[in-house]
Design a protein around this ligand. Structure first.
Ligand code: IMP
Ligand code: MG
Length: 182
């Protein structure tokens, strides 16, 4: 049997740590958005596991919508070029919008997204991310909410991929260098 774990150097964030991070974040969002009936926007595909866990940990009324963006190709470095593959279904004009991302790296993806969504005149627009690679930032972008800061390692799992693989790993792991340095 082939196992994804053969390609994983080490587990960086365990299932338990992820669950604790998600529930702490959900509690903060419940406080801050309690009377705002927000729209939570899931950025596909990487954010899907985080998003579904997060919304189910929240208790307030909310709506969800989905957007698909690609920026990375199959490499481990951002091209800086962002493409929208699927837009939101509904208008966000006058709504309190929270973008939910898996990871902020160079910041290009979110800075593009922020501009696209701000142009639609939401009542407010904030950013929430599972992981933040602060040291790799190329454009200024600061998330309003985040679960974990991480270093420069390329990580996979819990939605994050390398060449569309490893998204179904239940924890966040560091990918062995030999997998992408071929
Ligand atoms: P940015 O535009 O450089 O901020 O890139 C954000 C996107 O790059 C994320 O949505 C991911 O798809 C991808 N990405 C950045 N770092 C990693 C990583 O360590 N593992 C997997 N994907 C990553
Ligand atoms: Mg990706």
């Amino acid at each position: 049997m082939k196992s994804m774990y053969d390609d994983i150097e080490s587990v960086m964030i365990s299932k338990e740590e992820i669950a604790a991070g998600v529930s702490a974040l959900a509690a903060r969002l419940d406080e801050d958005y309690g009377d705002k009936f927000p729209v939570l926007v899931c950025i596909l595909k990487g954010c899907a596991p985080f998003f579904t866990d997060l919304i189910r940990a929240m208790k307030i009324p909310l709506q969800i919508d989905f957007m698909a963006i690609s920026s990375y190709g199959n490499g481990t470095n951002s091209s800086g070029q962002v493409k929208m593959n699927k837009d939101l279904d509904k208008s966000i004009e006058g709504r309190h919008v929270l973008i939910v991302e898996d990871i902020i790296d160079s910041g290009h993806t979110l800075s593009y997204l922020k501009n696209v969504l701000l142009a639609r005149q939401p009542a407010s627009l904030k950013i929430c991310t599972l992981l933040d690679k602060v040291a790799r930032r190329e454009v200024e972008i600061t998330p309003d909410y985040k679960c974990f800061d991480i270093g420069n390692e390329f990580v996979v799992g819990y939605g994050l991929d390398y060449a569309e693989k490893y998204r179904n790993l239940p924890e966040i792991g560091v990918l062995k260098r030999c997998v992408y340095e071929k």
